[in-house]
Write a protein that binds this ligand. Sequence first.
Ligand code: GLP
Length: 234
Amino acid sequence: MRFIIMDTPKEIGETIAKDFEELLKKKPDAIFGLATGSTPLPLYAALIEDYKAGKISFKDAKSFNLDEYVNAPKEEDTYRYFMKTNLFEHVDFKEGANHFPSFENMKTYDKSIDEAGGIDLQILGIGRDGHVGFNEPDTPFDSLTHLAELTENTREANARFFKGGEETPHEAITMGLKTIYKARHIILIASDLTKVDAIRSLKKGVKDLAWPCTSLLTHPNVDIYLTKELFAAI
Ligand code: GLP
């Protein structure tokens, strides 16, 4: 696990966009695992810039998103909509190339990823409680895509995206910790101070079910990008 410290979230986004560029050069039909939340937004902005500058194309690539709410109050609240407006509608993925887990496909989502060739590059944010995707504390490390109940801590953190907060969904479908672990290269980004305890659990280096992110500790190819502000607080 490599820790990479940068000055700003923008610099983190631009640096990871270069990994996308390199991968797409070597493998135009690469498979990306993508994440939602505010943390990957500078990365998506950098990818859009690179696409507009003609540096990258997603025309032969595919994506599998990490998670999706169950019973989001409005279409605009879904992660599919988030990805559409923050990345997909600005770049050239082909129709049908972007996949999301759902109640209907959750039992076959892992198989679909495997059949597509497996994820080459998985992007992750992290929850305050160390969740990745919506794998909350005590999720088994060998879990595949499944229905997850959100903790109150996570609902509270995500309430800012929903009117009034009480509409925040209680459940989501998420890739499991094993689904994520199967990716060939994992990049986890943390850029705000609410993530200090979660990143501390990674620095400690002990696998612990109470901190789902620690499932990544034994993975051979993980980069953790942190802002210097967050790193200083650990
Ligand atoms: C949600 C998502 C996670 C994400 C987390 C952090 O819970 N399911 O994938 O990492 O939020 O979000 P943010 O980046 O906005 O802090």
